[in-house]
Structures are given as C-alpha cells and as structure tokens.
Design a protein around this ligand. Structure first.
Ligand code: HEC
Ligand code: HEC
Length: 344
C-alpha cells in the first residue's frame, strides 16, 4: 500500500511539473514568435500573365549588363580583357581555369559596384516566391528592407504607445520611430537600381521569361544561389562569391559562415529569420531574400545535413532508450518482489 502511495505522489509531482511549470518556463525562455509569412502579405499582388518572348528582350535590355543567365547562354558581363586591364598581364594564364576566372571576375564585379556579386538569373524563378520576385525587380531596396522594417517598427510603436503614460511620451515614441526609419533607409541599400520605368506588364513579361528558363534545384544549389553572394558553408566547401573585404564595406559587417547555423540558431528561429530577418532581428543588415516556402525547407534541410548530421541517429536512439528503461523497470520490479517475499 505504501508503495502505491509513493507512486501516486511521484506521478502527481511529475504531472504538476509537466503540465504546470514546464510550459511557463518554456514561454519565458522562448517567447512566442509569430510564424513565417510565405504569402508576403505586406506586398500588393501584381496580377496578370506575361509573355516570355517579350520578357527575354526586356531582360536583355535591363538586366544582363549586371547578371548572367547561363541557362540561356548569357555570359557574365566581364571579359578576360577587362580582367587583364585591371589586374595586369600576370593573371592571364590562370584565367583559362574556370574556377579562377569565376573568382577573379566576381572580385571585379563586386569592386566595380562595391556591392554583392549579382547572381546568375537562370534558376531564380524556381527559388524565389513569384510575388516577391515581381516586387523586387521593380523596387529592390523597398522590397528587401524597407517594407518589412517599417511594418515591424510601426507595430512596435503602437504597442509602446498603448503603454505610454503621457502625451509627451507618445510624441517622443513617434519621433524616435520616424528617425529610426530614416536612418535605416539611408543605411541599408540594395545596389541593384530600382527599375521604376518598367510597367507591371513588363515585370510580368520578365518573370514569364525567367520562369521559362528555370529548372528546379536542390538545397545546396538553392543556398548557393539565394545566399551565396554573402554567405559561405565552409564545412561543404562553399565560398561566398563576394570577397569579404567588399562585403564588409557594403553591409558594414562580414556575414557569418552558415555551417553551424542550424545548431546555434535552431530550426524554429531559422524558419522565421530566413523568411523575414526584421521580424526577429529588427534593424538587421541582412535583406529579406524572398525565397518560397519550398526553397526554404530545402535550405533548412540542407543546413541540417551539414551542421547536424547526427540528428537522425539521435532521434532514432530515443526509442531504444525507452525500450531499455521499460525492460529494466520490469526486471527491477521482479527482483524487488523476490527480495521482499523472503523478508515477509
Ligand atoms: C546595376 C546592376 C544590376 C542590374 C541592372 C540588375 N541587377 Fe539584379 N541584382 C544586382 C545586385 C548587385 C544584386 C544583389 C543585391 C544585394 O544582395 O544587395 C541583385 C539581385 C537580384 C536578385 C536577387 C533577389 C533576392 O531577393 O535575393 C534578382 C532576382 C535580380 N537581381 C533580378 C534582376 C532583374 C530581373 C533585372 C532586370 C530587370 C536586374 N536584376 C537588374 C545588380 C543588378
Ligand atoms: C546581401 C547579403 C545577404 C544575403 C543574400 C543573405 N544574408 Fe544572411 N546575413 C547577412 C548579414 C549581413 C547577416 C548578419 C545580420 C546581423 O547580425 O544583423 C546575416 C545573418 C544570417 C544568419 C545569422 C542570424 C543571426 O541571428 O545571427 C543566418 C542564419 C543567415 N544570415 C542565413 C542566410 C540564408 C540561409 C540566406 C539565403 C536564403 C541568407 N542568409 C542570405 C547577409 C546576407
């Protein structure tokens, strides 16, 4: 009888801890974060169908003096002669190796604009969200930075105003918010110029063309395309395409290597951050990149496979531990019965 009481007490205490205390502790240590928004609700839809043939022409006129499109035979806007003119005859020989040519031409392009190296446009339509892509082409900085910074900053302002005690305080909150917004706008720029001369129909045509050359790509390639101008994955021999000196000038810092980000940040944080950095790190100099939900889950799985390759082993070990504990408890119980039988 005594044992049963002890057992009941133990079960009671465990339940109180599990149902009562744990969720409170969890809520304090990991405050609830709003999930990712893959609808990109802050952006207005640009509806309509495009014409890929017209789009090709528009892309050649407006985009290929910065971006290559390997899938359609459009090379990088740099020649060997440009590189020799800038860096000297001594590099001529090494330029016949594709990897060296890529590296030096990336350096050339990033130095020319003091900016991240423009990505190859072949597969952008299969990696980025379509609505986001249309907006980005028209207004890169507004779409990647300002829209969401202003959204979160304004939300926070209203929360602060609701808590304010006087008119003066409210006024102060409003002026600091306005000042923060203009500082942020001046600081964070995307070096791709806004294409405000393009009509909505032009944008639809360009995106129709980009879709027509696009192929689906895996997690590693998606990361290289969407993040690779700023981040590397050293564990998997992925180097950022932009030299770190230029990144430092362009972004005010060198973005971290992503090899271990799944361990240091965790799955939930990454899913929200990659969708919209400003939601969790307001003021961050990482732009919103606008990848689709599918691309994001490919990239996160890839980062898991690089940074946490033992995760599957660990998860499957759990079942064995439970099985071991069960067998062990039965044996312990049988043993206890035997001993006490002799005593009584
Ligand atoms: C003056 C050079 C230049 C021109 C012209 C240009 N781009 Fe860009 N583009 C860039 C640079 C540089 C970046 C990377 C910006 C960054 O990371 O800050 C970029 C980024 C992009 C991205 C990545 C978006 C993201 O969310 O990561 C896409 C897509 C893109 N450009 C498409 C286009 C299209 C389509 C055109 C033509 C309508 C175009 N660009 C014209 C320089 C240019
Ligand atoms: C234009 C450059 C740029 C691009 C493109 C970019 N990032 Fe970043 N990223 C940054 C910078 C800068 C930081 C540091 C931000 C900060 O501390 O404010 C950063 C930070 C991060 C962090 C650390 C977040 C933290 O809380 O410290 C992760 C993880 C990350 N980026 C992943 C990605 C992934 C994945 C992609 C592609 C989908 C990507 N980034 C695209 C520039 C970029």
């Amino acid at each position: 009888m005594k044992e049963l009481k002890i057992l009941a007490l133990l079960i009671g205490l465990t339940l109180i801890t599990y149902i009562g205390i744990e969720p409170i502790a969890h809520a304090v240590m990991h405050p609830h974060m709003e999930g990712p928004d893959f609808q990109y609700q802050d952006l207005k839809a640009i509806p309509g169908q495009g014409d890929a043939v017209k789009g090709k022409e528009l892309t050649q006129m407006n985009c290929t003096y910065c971006h290559s499109i390997k899938a359609d035979g459009v090379p990088k806007p740099v020649t060997k002669e440009d590189l020799i003119a800038k860096y000297g005859r001594s590099i001529e020989k090494s330029l016949s190796i594709q990897m060296t040519f890529d590296r030096i031409s990336n350096r050339y392009l990033s130095e020319m604009y003091t900016a991240a190296v423009p990505l190859d446009l072949s597969n952008v339509a299969s990696v980025f969200d379509e609505k986001y892509l249309k907006h980005f082409i028209k207004d890169p900085a507004g779409t990647a930075f300002e829209s969401t910074f202003i959204l979160h900053k304004t939300k926070k302002m209203h929360l602060d105003i609701a808590k304010a005690k006087s008119e003066e305080q409210i006024e102060k909150i409003e002026t600091t918010t306005a000042a923060d917004i203009s500082t942020f706008k001046a600081k964070n720029k995307i070096s791709m110029p806004a294409q405000s001369h393009l009509t909505s129909q032009d944008i639809n045509d360009i995106v129709a063309y980009l879709k027509s050359v696009s192929k689906p790509i895996d997690g590693r390639e998606s990361l290289a395309l969407a993040c690779g101008r700023c981040h590397g994955v050293a564990y998997d021999k992925l180097e950022p395409t932009t030299p770190s000196k230029i990144l430092n000038k362009y972004l005010g810092m060198v973005p971290p290597d992503l090899s271990m980000s799944i361990r240091s940040k965790g799955h939930e944080y990454l899913t929200i951050f990659l969708n919209d950095p400003q939601k969790v790190l307001i003021g961050s100099s990482m732009p919103r990149v606008g990848i689709s939900e599918e691309t994001e889950s490919k990239i996160v799985s890839y980062l898991e496979s690089v940074g946490d390759s033992k995760k599957e082993d660990r998860d499957s070990l759990g079942m064995w531990v439970i099985l071991y504990m069960t067998i062990f408890s039965i044996l312990a119980y049988l043993w206890k019965r035997k001993i006490w039988k002799e005593v009584h």
